[in-house]
Design a protein. Structure first.
Length: 125
């Protein structure tokens, strides 16, 4: 194992998702192994690939991020789960954390320390 952290990213905005993929791939310790456009697709990717981490938007069709995080936490307890949102509503952030997210990041702050946060959670587990 080369120490690279495998990441699934999920967001329903295809343009943002591609930009996020490029930015995450620029982090030397992270590699994107799959992308998903909704919560159900994110779960399918994780079940199939078994990555180290998931960065998932909270507002998505078919299955929202909070529900997806809860299911991922239940089925993959050692997975690092980073919730991503453009919504600054504290109630949404608390709901994401209560469902099992390791951190909730605003989209504007995402890359400030993303690699460090994922690595820290992974080490702690």
């Amino acid at each position: 194992m080369d120490g690279t952290i495998s990441v699934v990213i999920a967001d329903d905005d295809a343009g943002y998702l591609e930009s996020l993929r490029v930015l995450v791939e620029q982090q030397p310790s992270l590699t994107v192994v799959a992308v998903a456009l909704d919560g159900l697709e994110a779960i399918e990717c994780v079940d199939e690939i078994d990555p180290d981490a998931v960065v998932i938007d909270l507002h998505m069709p078919r299955l929202d991020g909070v529900s997806a995080v809860a299911r991922l936490r239940r089925d993959h307890p050692h997975l690092c789960l980073i919730a991503l949102t453009g919504d600054s509503d504290p109630a949404l952030h608390r709901a994401a954390e209560a469902s099992g997210a390791d951190a909730v990041l605003l989209k504007g702050e995402l890359l400030d320390g993303l690699a460090d946060r994922i690595a820290a959670v992974r080490r702690a587990r």
